[in-house]
Design a binder for this molecule. Structure first.
Ligand code: MN
Length: 201
């Protein structure tokens, strides 16, 4: 099969107490794994598309046969979004962004607190399942955006720098209906080194 579930780059309990080990285990080993498996199952019906990159599948799914287009949209997006999400978190994370990232945020949002408040509001108000993102747009400006379901920001010509999964499966075991508490906790596990690398890509 062309796509494989990449291992979590740290232990399940590495993000405790902010994101609990059980949530991480189910999120990676069950939810993320299902996106990869479902993507492979869809492509098995039309093997001529197995050579497409994950990014191409997540953005050009409308060029695929109608019987797999929506499945590929959901599951290539799910694989791409989650692989990115695991990397932008880590143990001993949080705090302020590093120098270049902080400067880029200040340039667009005046200060980190204003950026954080706007990002939080976007994440809180995603209706149902989806993601909040900090992206660079085609003009090179930083933008806060959201996507529904597992849609990739790449489809909107947005280059993701930071992203937050606000599906209930990302927080329900520990936070139940309290999405705002999960969002607040998540800032403590951000791997700003990775985020800054994404800024410079
Ligand atoms: Mn998820």
């Amino acid at each position: 099969m062309p796509f494989e579930l990449k291992p979590l780059p740290y232990a399940f309990d590495a993000l405790e107490p902010y994101i609990d080990a059980k949530t991480m285990e189910i999120h990676h080993d069950k939810h993320h794994a299902a996106y990869v498996n479902n993507l492979n199952a869809a492509l098995a019906q039309h093997p001529e598309y197995q050579s497409w990159s994950l990014e191409k599948l997540a953005t050009a799914y409308d060029q695929l046969p109608a019987d797999i287009a929506q499945k590929v949209r959901n599951n290539a997006g799910g694989d791409s979004n989650h692989t990115f999400f695991w990397q932008l978190m880590g143990p001993k994370g949080g705090g302020l962004p590093h120098d270049k990232m902080l400067a880029a945020i200040k340039k667009e949002f005046t200060n980190f607190e204003t950026f954080q408040a706007q990002f939080n509001e976007a994440a809180k108000t995603v209706f149902g399942s989806g993601w909040a993102w900090l992206c660079r747009d085609k003009e090179g400006r930083l933008r806060i955006t959201t996507t529904p379901n597992q849609d990739s920001p790449l489809k909107q010509d947005m280059h993701p720098i930071l992203g937050l999964d606000v599906w209930e499966h990302a927080y329900y075991l520990k936070y139940q209906n309290r999405r705002p508490d999960y969002i607040q906790a998540w800032w403590h596990v951000i791997n700003w080194g990775f985020v800054e690398d994404c800024l410079e890509l």
